[in-house]
Design a protein. Structure first.
Length: 477
């Protein structure tokens, strides 16, 4: 999936880190503002040339030490020639713009302090954990916010984090013998385990031992993450799911996984669509099982991403049964199943002291001959809620059979389409009239059917109203 879309917010600047060591950088201005820029440039080992009538005392000291070069008291455009960067840091607005124009004429990037309009680059707020550098920018629109964000990052990023980066840099050559996928696993296992902690504490020997263990693990068989993606809203996935989504080398995903959730997967991960729709299979379940085994034996970390919860009508049990038989390590991350998520966003509690003391999940997926084989006598009872997955295609038959086995025709029922998403639509009615209402609404998306007296509560408990809810057919019936 491309990171760029036509609807993406355009960037005012392209984030980049420049190598300035030994390169000429021109600073015009000799006051406090110029001094702050010079300090940063000297950290980057730039050859700093400064133009100013007068120099701040600290700038004078730096000049005396030979760490910067005072090349003139007045600016002329030719001073920009051959420089890598130009910074205009005077208190004369007209002069700053003259400097900017000259830099543009020489095709040299220029920063005009506090004047983004005339700057071709800006300097971000910096969190320094050398060799780790974190830069925060608001595109020049809100520098105070950028500094506030930097302060927050400072509090969560250990001061000694540079030790970890330096250790990893020293060990890079030792990791080169591994295949690229295994090398990536090595570093992630090192960072997620005790190795990074040892390096943070300055324990080089302990970090090296953990590195060797990570090398061995990275060279062995891979692992499969069976992850529930929830019903659609990306805010409903778990922290653990998000962490594994960022670690995976390859992701196998279903039709019910929303694009907004797929966007959270590691960007360089290979993506394979294995979705199945009504009477339309991209890949059979046996083929999916075999693919999981094959990828695992290749040593890859495989994310099996399923809508809802993988163990509730998700066939997750079949997949890990095959993995266990083949000796492929796996872990399971539950997700919010569609019944919980869609009912909550529709304002329909699945249980309620006055209406339902039990809740039953069933599948409305019919056999190839169209017949539904359910325990109708157990379903058609008061005092409980029935949640029917994949029930859209068989809705008329479902409602008719429930009435046939004892529920009254005016028994409350609802259908939730694309639950928890901005496209959510809810149609409420009774067993007698819900199929006709759903047909009139033109429901075609992923849907869930809820049957029971709890549906009556939607009218006063509804809280989630997607944009355009009325136009989308949300019903108050």
């Amino acid at each position: 999936m491309d990171d760029y879309t036509a609807e993406a917010t355009p960037w005012p600047y392209f984030p980049v880190f420049l190598k300035l060591a030994g390169g000429r950088v021109l600073v015009v201005g000799g006051g406090e503002v110029a001094l702050r820029k010079v300090r940063l440039l000297l950290r980057a080992q730039a050859h700093v040339e400064i133009v100013a009538r007068e120099l701040h005392p600290e700038l004078k000291d730096l000049h005396a030490q030979g760490r910067l070069y005072h090349i003139g008291q007045s600016f002329n455009g030719e001073q920009c020639a051959g420089t890598r960067l130009v910074i205009a840091a005077t208190d004369d607005r007209a002069l700053n713009r003259e400097v900017a124009a000259a830099a543009h004429d020489h095709s040299v990037p220029v920063n005009v302090v506090d004047d983004p309009e005339h700057s071709s680059f800006i300097t971000p707020a910096i969190v320094d954990r050398s060799p780790v550098m974190v830069a925060v920018s608001t595109g020049g629109s809100a520098p105070v916010l950028a500094r506030r964000l930097r302060e927050k990052i400072e509090t969560v990023l250990p001061a000694a984090y540079g030790r970890v980066a330096a250790f990893m840099g020293r060990m890079r050559r030792s990791a080169q013998a591994l295949e690229p996928a295994a090398r990536k696993r090595l570093w992630e296992q090192f960072l997620d385990g005790r190795g990074a902690e040892r390096a943070l504490l300055g324990d080089e020997a302990g970090a090296a031992r953990e590195f060797d263990r990570a090398v061995h693990r990275a060279s062995s068989v891979g692992e499969v993450y069976l992850v529930g993606a929830g019903p659609g809203d990306p805010d409903l996935i778990t922290f653990r799911a998000l962490r594994l989504m960022q670690q995976a080398d390859v992701v196998l995903y279903d039709r019910l996984v929303s694009p907004s959730i797929l966007d959270l997967v590691r960007r360089d991960a290979e993506r394979i669509f294995v979705g199945k729709g009504p009477k339309q299979h991209e890949m059979s379940q046996e083929e999916i099982n075999a693919l999981l085994v094959r990828l695992g034996k290749q040593g890859r970390r495989v994310l099996r991403l399923k809508g809802g919860d993988p163990f509730i009508f998700g066939r997750g049990g079949e997949e890990i049964d095959r993995l266990a038989a083949e000796g492929i390590p796996f872990q399971v991350v539950p997700g919010i199943t569609a019944a919980n998520g869609c009912a909550a966003y529709a304002g329909i509690p699945l249980t309620h002291r006055d209406y339902a003391q039990a809740c039953i999940f069933v599948t409305g997926h019919a056999r190839q001959d169209g017949a539904l084989e359910l325990h109708w006598d157990q379903l058609a009872r008061p005092g409980q809620t029935i949640v029917i997955y994949m029930g859209l295609g068989s809705l008329p038959q479902l409602c008719a059979r429930l009435v046939e086995h004892g529920l009254p025709g005016d028994w409350p029922a609802a259908l939730v389409e694309e639950g928890t998403s901005p496209r959510q639509r809810v149609v409420t009615g009774t067993l007698s009239d819900l199929p006709a209402k759903v047909a009139r609404a033109g429901i075609k998306g992923a849907s869930l059917v809820i049957v029971g007296e709890v549906v009556r509560l939607r009218e006063r408990l509804r809280w989630f109203e997607p944009a355009g809810a009325a136009e989308n057919g949300n019903s108050r019936a």
